[in-house]
Each structure stands twice: as structure tokens, then as C-alpha cells.
Ligand binder design. Structure first.
Ligand code: ADP
Ligand code: ZN
Ligand code: MG
Length: 476
């Protein structure tokens, strides 16, 4: 059997979070009552004239700079002609042969182009099947019509469903960091189409591709691409060709159904929009866009690995979420800087308690408190178990770790403390069989003995200390 390599290219649409629409002064209005943000321009009334939103251009330039693209000195808006009820003009204003940005890359994936366009209105199908032909009625909400969109097209440089998902995660984090979009797949501000083909491993030629439309979650993108790769391999193995077509992936059934074939592909009759002058970004605009690009998630992750010794996976987790990354850096800065990995551990525990989507900075645990708690544990003044108890109290009540330890009597019981030696002695007496085994060198048997001490001290003893005391008493 031949081994096949998946080849995947993504086309991503991003709704920009400008205040107003792409070509008119209507405000963006996600969630407002339908058709309350419209004007002759975005309703496509005859004679209305579009005017470019320069803020959207600036966002486009920022994206281009962040992706290392070449910025066009002069880019052109075209009319992409087709009929659909969500498109009252009969054409979408988009870019064709002179996009705003070309080339570039994000991570290991090259960018083909980045261009600007306008979103269509939103159709809401009401009816039994929810599909346009089976529906009782379809409503058009023009609030969305004319929202600025950036389309990002990659080269076919992605080679597994997991990589597709991971790369889109990186892109989302990058766009979020730029502050140009909400990048929420479930709300449609980030949408992704996947182009998929397979080829025998070692071959350089591209196979025939299919296009999966509107994968609206990271999980569906991965499972949809996986299903399509498997389908194509099965076809080729059976000696049948892959047909170039557009497919819809149903995440519930896992089925892929054709939407349209190559023969039905549109001819959009692109031509330059005579109502719009070409976009010529000035040096000043480009400088302004450049200044607005902050440290990006990929760079931040690399810095977290290099400067703080975090693992690659953890560095990504923290760097890809600005709130986590900022909290982490604030906690490291608040401590003595010696325990960044321990701080990362405890932030993960904090996040587990407050909910994985919550911003830790909004919790009752300040970065300074967290750093202080880590310091107490590192200095062996509080055991790990007691530290967890302190964290729980910080989460519910806030306050200072040292004060909580004092008040709740959670300080570590140390070796010099006769109390601990006495509890260890009781543990050995209570389980002579385990004690004998440890004495004979079977260190696995130490577990129940340590467990006894931990129960007796309510977790306040230091595990390493307890082990040392057990060995010393058994030796003595
Ligand atoms: P089309 O003309 O069908 O729009 P493009 O060449 O513009 O195709 O590419 C659209 C997207 O499909 C890009 O993301 C590109 O990387 C990807 N792509 C092109 N050819 C292939 C292929 N054979 N397999 C997988 N992806 C491909
Ligand atoms: Zn308008
Ligand atoms: Mg194309």
C-alpha cells in the first residue's frame, strides 16, 4: 500500500473590529436588532457611493506586517459579481489581482496573500429543515452586510489535520494580539475553509484538491480534514480519481457532502470597481501600522522558553493567551525571579479553579499573592498540600498568603519540630510490615507511611522531609 501525505491550504476570513463598516459610516453591531444599522451604501441602493474605511486598511497593513508580507504600494478593489439574497448589489467588493499584501509566513506555513473585502448580509433560515429550500422563510439581516473582512490565503504547506488546527490556533492568537478582530469562530468573526489533497509520500506534484467550506470550530476543522484525507486515500487506493469539488462537512454524522463541482464553479467577472480609487498607503500609514504591531505570540512563546525555562507546550499555552501571558510575567516580576516554572505550575492550578477561560487577573488572586505563595512553598515554609489549601482560600476570599497561613495554622511542620518526628514514629509503629519492607530497601513501600504522616498533619508536612525522617528512624 502506498503511503500518502496530506496537503492542506487554508483560506481564512476575519471580521475586523473597526467601529464602522468597510465602505460606509454604519456602525458594526453584532447582536443588535436586525436591519438597524443600514444605509443606502450597504443596502446596495442605486447611486450610493462607497468610501474606503482607512482604519480597516490600517488593520490590513498590521496583519500584513505581522505575517511578514510585502505591502502593495497601490492595491485595487474589484467587483466580484454573483447573485445571492444576502448580496443586494449583485457583487461583493473584494480584491483580485492586486491585493493589499502578498507573500510572508506564520511559523512554518507560507502566506500566499492577504486582501480586504466586505462581508455579505446574514441569512436566517426559519423552518423545519433549516435549509434554504426546505425552510418556511428566510430573513435577511443587513447589519452584517459591509462588515470589513480580511481574507488570508496560505500556501499548501500544512501536512496533517492536527497541524491545520494548531496553525489556525497560532493565527488566531496572532490576530487577537494585534487587536484587529474578536476572532471568535462560534460567532463567525473567524471562518476557515480548508483545501485538501493527498499525494504519495516523496512526490512533489500536487494532487487534485477539494474544498471544505466554513469549518466553524477548531475541532471540526481537524475532524473534517481528517475525514476528507481518509476519503481521498480510499478513492485513490480503489483506483478512482478525486473529483475537484466543494464539500460540506457535517460534524455530527462525520459525512462530507458535495456543494458544487468544478463545472458549477462561478465565473465572477471581476473588474475594478469604478467607484473606488486604488489604495495607496503612505509611508506615514505604514509607519503607524508598524508601531501598532506588538510582540506577537510566537515571539513571546520563544521568549518564555528561552528566558523562563518553560516547556514548549506550556510556553505556547501562556503566550497564545495574552491574559495568561501577562499574568505570568506579572507574577514572575513580583517574585524574586527564581521560580518561573513553579509560578507557571501554580498559575495552571489557579486556572483550574477559576475556569479555563477566565482571566486570572480578574480573580481575587493577584500576581503578587501568587508569587508570594510560590515563595513560601519554595522556602519550605508551606507544604505543597497546604499551598493548595491556601490557593483555594485566596480564590474565594483574596488576601495575603502569609496572613492566611498564619491565621489558618497552615505553616509547614519541619524536621526540627519534634511533633513531626513523633508522628513518623507512630506511622512506623502503625504499619510494621511496610516499615520492614522499606528497611529491606523496597522504597515503593514508603507510600502508605508517608500517607499516614500527611493525614495526621493535614498535609502540612513536607514530603521530602517526611521521607528523610522515615529513613533516618529506620536506619537508627
Ligand atoms: P483556487 O483557484 O481553486 O481558488 P488557489 O490556487 O487560489 O485555488 O488556492 C486556494 C487555496 O487552496 C490556497 O490556500 C492554496 O494553498 C490551496 N491549494 C491549492 N492547491 C492545492 C492542492 N493541490 N492541495 C491542497 N491545497 C491546495
Ligand atoms: Zn451602511
Ligand atoms: Mg483562489
Amino acid at each position: 500500500m502506498t503511503d500518502y501525505e496530506p496537503v492542506i491550504g487554508l483560506e481564512i476570513h476575519v471580521q475586523l473590529s473597526t467601529r464602522t463598516k468597510m465602505f460606509c459610516g454604519c456602525e458594526l453591531s453584532f447582536g443588535d436588532p436586525p436591519n438597524t444599522h443600514t444605509c443606502p451604501v450597504c443596502l446596495g441602493l442605486p447611486g450610493a457611493l462607497p468610501v474606503v474605511n482607512w482604519r480597516a486598511i490600517e488593520f490590513g497593513l498590521m496583519i500584513g506586517l505581522a505575517l511578514g508580507c510585502e505591502l502593495a504600494q497601490r492595491s485595487v478593489f474589484h467587483r466580484k459579481n454573483y447573485f445571492y439574497p444576502d448580496l443586494p448589489k449583485g457583487y461583493q467588493i473584494s480584491q483580485y489581482d492586486v491585493p493589499l499584501c502578498t507573500g510572508g509566513h506564520l511559523g512554518e506555513v507560507r502566506i500566499h496573500r492577504v486582501h480586504l473585502e466586505e462581508d455579505a448580509a446574514k441569512l436566517n433560515h426559519v423552518g423545519a429543515s433549516g435549509r434554504i429550500h426546505g425552510a418556511d422563510r428566510s430573513w435577511v439581516d443587513f447589519n452584517r452586510g459591509g462588515t470589513p473582512l480580511v481574507e488570508i490565503v496560505t500556501e499548501p504547506d500544512i501536512h496533517s489535520p492536527e497541524q491545520a488546527r494548531e496553525w489556525l490556533t497560532l493565527l488566531r492568537a496572532t490576530l487577537r494580539r494585534l487587536g484587529v478582530s474578536d476572532v471568535d469562530m462560534s460567532q463567525g468573526s473567524l471562518r476557515c475553509d480548508a483545501n485538501v489533497s493527498v499525494r504519495p509520500v516523496g512526490s512533489r506534484a500536487l494532487g487534485t484538491k477539494t474544498e471544505l467550506k466554513n469549518m466553524n470550530s477548531f475541532a471540526f476543522l481537524e475532524s473534517g480534514v481528517r475525514a476528507e484525507v481518509e476519503r481521498q486515500i480510499a478513492l485513490l487506493e480503489a483506483g478512482e480519481p478525486v473529483v475537484q469539488e466543494t464539500l460540506h462537512f457535517d460534524p455530527v454524522s462525520g459525512r462530507l457532502t458535495p456543494l458544487r463541482s468544478k463545472e458549477e464553479a462561478h465565473d465572477y467577472r471581476y473588474f475594478p470597481d469604478p467607484d473606488l480609487v486604488p489604495v495607496v498607503p503612505t509611508e506615514e500609514m505604514i509607519a503607524q501600522a508598524r508601531a501598532a504591531v506588538p510582540e506577537l505570540p510566537a515571539q513571546r512563546a520563544a521568549r518564555f522558553e528561552r528566558d523562563f525555562g518553560l516547556s514548549a507546550a506550556r510556553a505556547r499555552n501562556f503566550a497564545f493567551r495574552t491574559d495568561l501571558g501577562d499574568y505570568f510575567e506579572a507574577a514572575v516580576a513580583a517574585g524574586d525571579g527564581s521560580e518561573p516554572v513553579a509560578i507557571a505550575n501554580w498559575i495552571e492550578q489557579l486556572v483550574e479553579r477559576i475556569g479555563s477561560d477566565a482571566d486570572p487577573a480578574q480573580s481575587k488572586v493577584s500576581p503578587r499573592s501568587l508569587a508570594q505563595l510560590v515563595g513560601l512553598i519554595a522556602g519550605k515554609r508551606v507544604s505543597r498540600d497546604a499551598g493548595r489549601e491556601v490557593l483555594s482560600r485566596l480564590v474565594t476570599e483574596g488576601g495575603e498568603p502569609a496572613a492566611i497561613v498564619e491565621r489558618e495554622n497552615l505553616g509547614a511542620i519541619s524536621g526540627e519540630d519534634n511533633g513531626l518526628a513523633e508522628i513518623v514514629a507512630r506511622a512506623l509503629a502503625a504499619d510494621p510490615a511496610a516499615a520492614d519492607q522499606v528497611r529491606a530497601g523496597n522504597m515503593k513501600a514508603i507510600g502508605p507511611l508517608v500517607g499516614f504522616v500527611m493525614r495526621e498533619t493535614k498535609g502540612r508536612a513536607d514530603g521530602g522531609e517526611v521521607t528523610r525522617l522515615i529513613r533516618r528512624q529506620l536506619a537508627g
